[in-house]
Design a protein around this ligand. Structure first.
Ligand SMILES: Nc1nc2c(ncn2[C@@H]2O[C@H](COP(=O)(O)OP(=O)(O)OP(=O)(O)O)[C@@H](O)[C@H]2O)c(=O)[nH]1
Ligand SMILES: [Mg+2]
Length: 330
């Protein structure tokens, strides 16, 4: 028997789904149509947290299904992207499973910069120009998007116009190197992560259709979403570690200054036993300073440990210890 190996490269389209039984078939069909004219072998990978028939339908349509992890879109996308690497792709795309993205028209446009080696991560923006959003976008969502976009712009310096469009394309290294902290902040964290690692990021206009079935889950409450996102982005930036070190150092300097003041006041003598309040204050400042430095050190250590564990968990060159594929009965 002879085996034929395709010389074409593989593209993996990762689709996160949570109860998208009404749309997933159509979305996969659109993706297949989009690839009809592209020089890739297509693999569709669903990262799923559904309790409805989404999974079964996706399988019927020939998609791989992996377990989203049950912790929200961030975790699901993280797992989906890492799992995609086991299929040895030349390019990975992600699109929403609710049909809001025009996959058929946009996939070829988003793959183009990757094929031409002009970008490593291509982001969709619903606000790159007027008229891309095909329905009345709720003003509270609009405000939240503006805040998040502004944060991303200030953290990266990139002229971004959207914080979470529904389509992305990336080279596999972006997924391979990806590290995220939050379970719901995937969209923002991936941009910061890729930026920090020196990947070339471009943004393309992307049409945003109305959701016809089901309801939005990710951005149900924008204020709550922002309240969750901000601390994660702060952690992500490493500012908390710098703040701990800075506060620790300041407390030491403060303790030293207070001691110097008392020393001068007492005429350069070390017989300071009668200056109890000042001595207590100095001791407290030294102890608090030590604690701050210790916290800073611990945070840094935790960050490094997480990084090492993440790398071990998804190393596509290693044999896979357990399959994360959902069984048809589960
Ligand atoms: N696996 C997984 N997928 C999710 C989860 N939450 C949302 N999704 C999927 O992620 C995609 C985007 O989610 P939506 O709820 O539509 O969020 P959105 O498009 O930003 O919000 P709208 O603009 O209101 O539609 C959809 O395909 C969802 O099915 C989750 O917890 N796990
Ligand atoms: Mg949606």
């Amino acid at each position: 028997m002879t085996t034929t190996h395709s010389l074409r490269q593989t593209a993996v389209v990762v689709i996160p789904t949570r109860n998208e039984e009404h749309t997933i078939r159509g979305v996969i069909a659109e993706v297949r149509e989009a690839f009809a004219g592209l020089p890739y072998d297509l693999e569709v990978l669903i990262t799923d947290d559904s309790t409805d028939a989404t999974r079964a339908i996706a399988r019927e349509c020939g998609a791989h299904v992996v377990n989203g992890g049950g912790e929200g879109l961030g975790t699901a996308m993280y797992r989906g992207l890492k799992e995609a690497l086991y299929l040895h792709p030349a390019v990975i795309l992600s699109i929403d499973g609710d049909g809001q993205t025009d996959a058929r028209t946009e996939i070829p446009l988003f793959v183009q910069p990757i094929m031409e080696n002009r970008a490593d991560l291509v982001l969709g923006s619903r606000f790159a120009r007027e008229g891309l959003v095909g329905y009345q976008y709720r003003s509270v969502n609009m405000m939240g998007t503006r805040v998040l976009t502004w944060i991303l712009r200030s953290m990266t310096g990139l002229p971004l116009t959207d914080s979470h469009g529904g389509i992305r394309a990336m080279v596999p290294d972006v997924a391979r190197e990806l590290q995220i902290i939050g379970s719901h902040t995937y969209v923002q964290e991936t941009i910061i992560d890729a930026y920090e690692k020196g990947f070339r990021i471009v943004e393309l206009a992307s049409v945003w259709r109305k959701r016809n079935f089901g309801k939005s889950r990710v951005v149900g409450s924008i204020p709550r979403y922002i309240a969750y996102t901000l601390p994660v982005l702060l952690l992500r930036s490493g500012q908390h570690i710098r703040a701990m070190y800075a506060m620790g150092s300041l407390l030491f300097v403060g303790a030293f200054l207070v001691f110097g003041l008392v020393f001068v006041e007492e005429g350069f003598t070390l017989a300071l036993g009668h200056r109890t309040p000042a001595l207590i204050m100095i001791a407290l400042m030294v102890m608090a300073g030590l604690q701050m430095l210790f916290f800073g050190f611990s945070f840094q250590l935790l960050k490094q440990i997480k990084r090492a564990v993440d790398r071990l968990e998804y190393d596509e060159h290693m044999p896979r210890p357990v399959s994360t594929e959902k069984s048809p009965q589960s």
